[in-house]
Ligand binder design. Structure first.
Ligand SMILES: NC(=O)C1=CN([C@@H]2O[C@H](COP(=O)(O)OP(=O)(O)OC[C@H]3O[C@@H](n4cnc5c(N)ncnc54)[C@H](OP(=O)(O)O)[C@@H]3O)[C@@H](O)[C@H]2O)C=CC1
Ligand SMILES: O=C1O[C@H](COP(=O)(O)O)[C@@H](O)[C@H](O)[C@H]1O
Length: 509
């Protein structure tokens, strides 16, 4: 991996503390950082290098998945870091930063490769990008890269304007747009699992698949982010980015050995093949919800409008479910149902592929159920296949087994480790490319417009549920239902061994 300087804007912030330092530390422990490497942390706070390092060390103790108990390793890791005071609006601060970066490159013999990581609010992205260009920081003989956090715009037009601004300072190949769902190990493996299991490849089409369900449910509410979330909602916060990226990764038919350009084209194809959603159809294809009071894991919680900082008359969406269709030879006629929400019954991100049932009469006579292929993405990870098998009671009756493998969340590497590693290597396969972002906003725009005009009912759902009833009706209209809503806890409790094995019959539907 090339030697480089990692310039971190927002080094004193929450994301850096919770995700970036622990990820860098775990990469360091795995020998995945360059041998010659330097991190310059930036913020307005008047911190010394020592204060900065002490904060990083605290963050490792609190948030690293691996213990930071080896003092020698921690000290070696901390030796990469220095702090520099910078206010993003002040031109002169970029000049002193440039001097510091160049001095480091000279004294430590670091090749002039520079990675600029923008872990700051989106309102600062454009200012920083243009100052990087004007100050000469981006004018280097080595490579330069810009890593940016979400959100990338708040609608189609603002995303286009923002991209046009960034493009003045960085080329598309130099921009790494983080979507942390693309860093989740199971998402990164979707491609490999398809390639290495011919049985999946053979059945990966509309001849065998009845529908696909993608769920990201959360038990947390708005937390301390009322100011941001009440202007974002589930549609902007999760659906436009993470959920549509999951769709692209699943439906993209990404063969082995694809480089980032091919991955990008395949994902773009998925978005281009999505049947456009017409404004007049939003109310029938999309369910908008907002949580009211209820209980999560036995504890009472308040409704959305009673959360601190949320206005009593807020119409913001904390839940969305939508039906989508991909118009290509593989997926034509298969409905994709996508849903995400806060304050739901369980924390789980999973994809369920429901296969077509055999002839109805045979199915009914034998008590069989559709085969399911389940990708458990987070917090636990696994892949399961649900099959019909011989029942115990009567000769003809069938029962169901889940075959699969399972890892609990603590064994799974953090998304940020994968993403930072890829950005350091210059591999943008698992980042959101501009075409995808633009097409996602384009698909979502009629929903934004319909929400803004209040043309879509806002369904209340109790905290601790699986969302509004209308989300069930969305599938019921097509003769389907969401899998695992009733007994998903039982499902995860029963499939626990790490190695592939035939499990006890499950009591799921
Ligand atoms: N926190 C999270 O879990 C997640 C965050 N994100 C995204 O990451 C980004 C950062 O979020 P987060 O860390 O939570 O935000 P915080 O508010 O915790 O941190 C903001 C950072 O920006 C710096 N900053 C603010 N204004 C200026 C300025 N004028 N000049 C220089 N530095 C400034 C602050 O430093 P100082 O105060 O020292 O100036 C601080 O380091 C956002 O885009 C967010 O959407 C994405 C996913 C999850
Ligand atoms: O980007 C975001 O993601 C989190 C959910 O991420 P996960 O990895 O825990 O599934 C969500 O809580 C947050 O609102 C959103 O901004």
């Amino acid at each position: 991996m090339d030697a480089n300087t990692f310039v971190l804007f927002g080094a004193t912030g929450d994301l850096a503390k919770r995700k970036i330092y622990p990820a860098l530390f775990n990469l360091f422990l795995d020998g995945k950082l360059p041998d010659v490497f330097s991190v310059i942390g930036l913020g307005r706070r008047e911190w010394s290098d020592e204060t900065f390092k002490a904060n990083i060390e605290r963050s490792l103790h609190s948030f690293s998945r691996r213990e930071a108990s080896n003092a020698e390793a921690v000290n070696q890791f901390l030796s990469f870091f220095r702090y520099h005071v910078l206010n993003v609006d002040r031109k002169e601060d970029y000049q002193s930063l440039l001097q510091r970066v160049e001095e480091g490159e000279r004294t430590a013999g670091i090749a002039p490769n520079r990675l600029f990581y923008l872990s700051v609010g989106p309102e600062l992205f454009e200012t920083i990008a243009s100052h990087i260009e004007e100050s000469g920081l981006g004018d280097t003989k080595g490579w330069k890269r810009l890593v940016i956090e979400k959100p990338f715009g708040r609608d189609l037009q603002s995303a286009r304007d923002f991209n046009a601004q960034l493009s003045k300072a960085f080329t598309e190949e130099e921009i790494f747009r983080i979507d942390h769902y693309l860093g989740k190990p199971m998402v990164q493996k979707l491609q490999l699992l398809q390639q290495t299991n011919p049985v999946l490849q053979a059945s990966w089409n509309n001849r065998y698949i009845a529908n696909v369900q993608i769920t990201a449910s959360e038990t947390v509410g708005v937390e301390e982010r009322a100011g941001y979330y009440d202007h974002s909602g589930a549609l902007r916060d999760m659906f436009q980015n993470h959920m549509l990226q999951l769709l692209m990764m699943l439906a993209g038919h990404l063969p082995k050995g694809d480089d980032s350009e091919q991955v990008r084209n395949k994902k773009k194809h998925v978005m281009q093949s999505l049947e456009p959603l017409l404004r007049q159809d939003v109310a029938t294809q999309v369910v908008r919800g907002q949580y009211r009071s209820g209980s999560i894991q036995g504890k009472p919680v308040v409704g959305y409008k009673d959360e601190a900082g949320i206005p009593q008359d807020s119409h913001n969406d904390t839940f969305i479910a939508a039906k989508l269709q991909i118009e290509d030879d593989f997926w034509r006629g298969i409905p994709f149902y996508i849903r995400t929400g806060k304050r739901m019954k369980e924390k789980a991100t999973r994809i369920v592929i429901e296969f077509r049932e055999p002839i109805k009469q045979i199915a009914a006579a034998n008590n069989s159920a559709p085969n399911l292929l389940v990708f458990e993405i987070s917090p636990n990870e696994g892949i399961y296949l649900r099959l019909n098998t011989e029942g115990e009671a009567q000769q003809q009756d069938l029962t169901k087994v889940l075959i699969g493998s399972h890892k609990s969340g603590s064994e799974v590497p953090e998304a940020y480790e994968n993403l930072i590693y890829d950005a350091l290597r210059g591999d943008s396969s698992f980042f959101a490319h501009w075409d995808e972002v633009e097409l996602s906003w384009k698909w979502v725009q009629p929903i934004l417009d319909a929400y803004a005009a209040n043309d879509v009912p806002l369904h209340a759902y109790p905290a601790g549920s699986f969302g509004p009833k209308a989300a069930q009706e969305l599938l019921a209209k097509d003769g389907f239902e969401w899998w695992f809503d009733q007994e998903s806890e039982a499902a995860s409790a029963k499939v626990q061994t790490g190695t592939p094995s035939v499990q006890e019959p499950m009591s799921i539907k």
